[in-house]
Design a protein around this ligand. Structure first.
Ligand code: SF4
Length: 359
């Protein structure tokens, strides 16, 4: 239990600091739960500068949750292209459909019901509940873990169940029950501007006189994480199978990265070197009788994801005609229509580099 006098001190210092700063953002002060939800989903694992244009585009194309619910899935994925973590876009669309049908287009003013929407975790539910409906739920994210672990000198790992519970309890005890929206906004701004991960501005920090990490020299050690991130390398050999102005693409449907985005026919290998594709399962699957003429090889292109690094090589293969068999996920498109499909960033970079795509 946090000491009451400390809780009062923390709230007052934080809110006084917030009253003095300016951090304008298009969704700040917003009361419309749809726009709050949209901005929160877009900003998960995304920097504000990167997310801002996406927020504006979604707001423009889908001004209401009904408009988003009714949009074709490929169109939503295309608008999301480049933002990464594509499960967010799939959940966004699924949640919009639920709000539109189950709740008649109105976000529920109920924390538990908000939490039941796809892609809405405790942080987003607390943000919508407090900003749109003034309900007393404290936001808890990486910023809050950092601030609380430092100020209070807590070394419980934040990526454990016990850690998450402890920080959520403390955050809730510190929350200003009278004005949860103002408090939540203040702590988010404080984490973004003052108590930042590296080189926090301790010299001019309003909490410096009671910050344990500052007193004990623990700033670089807090917050503590238990698990180290393990990254694996994956090698993607892409084949741009083309004849006249036609090219084969496919939709990724497996439970893997980039699900529901498009790509070229792919062979995944254990290393960057690769030959003998004419004997591969892919060629058999497509019923290709010819090896085709290798026109050009491009790459390697690299993309770093949270848990994996993708290394891709692109081979442009000229065929005499279309493949005799096209499995369900594959389709033939005119090259000039490639821009209509949502591709992962790495393929988008390749297309732009090679002027294959008429953007
Ligand atoms: S004194 Fe430094 S570490 Fe402590 S809360 Fe302020 S900015 Fe963060």
């Amino acid at each position: 239990m946090v000491d009451t006098s400390f809780a009062t001190y923390f709230r007052e210092r934080l809110l006084n600091w917030a009253a003095e700063i300016e951090r304008p953002m298009p969704w700040k002060g917003e009361k419309d739960p749809y726009l709050i939800w949209l901005s929160e989903i877009i900003l998960q694992q995304t920097r504000v500068e990167q997310g801002m244009p996406y927020f504006e585009n979604f707001k423009r194309d889908y001004p209401t949750v009904q408009a988003l619910a009714e949009a074709p899935e490929d169109e939503v994925m295309k608008l999301w292209q480049g933002l990464g973590y594509y499960s967010r876009a799939r959940n966004l669309h699924a949640a919009a459909k639920i709000v539109s049908s189950t709740y008649e287009g109105k976000f529920p003013a109920d924390h538990r019901q908000l939490l039941s929407l796809p892609g809405v975790g405790p942080y987003t539910a607390a943000a919508i509940a407090s900003f749109a409906f003034a309900l007393p739920y404290a936001v808890v994210d990486g910023n809050v873990f950092r601030i609380l672990s430092r100020v209070l000198g807590i070394d419980t790992p934040v990526d454990t169940t016990a850690g998450k519970k402890e920080f959520a309890r403390i955050a809730q005890e510190l929350l200003d029950q009278e004005d949860p929206a103002r408090y939540n906004q203040a702590i988010m701004d404080f984490g973004a501007l003052k108590c930042v991960p590296r080189n926090p501005d301790c010299e001019r920090c309003p909490l410096a006189d009671r910050c344990i990490a500052l007193r004990d020299g623990l700033i670089d050690l807090l917050p503590v994480k238990e698990k180290k991130l393990v990254r694996k390398d994956r090698y993607f050999q892409y084949f741009i199978l083309q004849w006249k102005d036609q090219v084969v693409i496919r939709k990724r449907t497996a439970k893997d990265i980039w699900r529901k985005l498009y790509e070229f026919p792919l062979i995944e290998t254990t290393g960057i070197e690769f030959g003998g594709w004419a004997q591969s399962d892919l060629w058999r699957e497509l019923g290709l009788k010819e090896a085709g003429e290798l026109k050009r090889t491009a790459g390697p292109f690299r993309q770093q994801l949270t848990h994996q690094r993708i290394v891709a090589v692109f081979r442009e293969i000229e065929l005499a005609g279309p493949p005799s068999e096209l499995p369900e996920d594959y389709l033939v498109v005119d090259r000039k229509n490639l821009a209509k499909f949502a591709f992962p960033k790495l393929i988008d970079c390749y297309l732009r580099d090679n002027s294959l795509n008429l953007f």
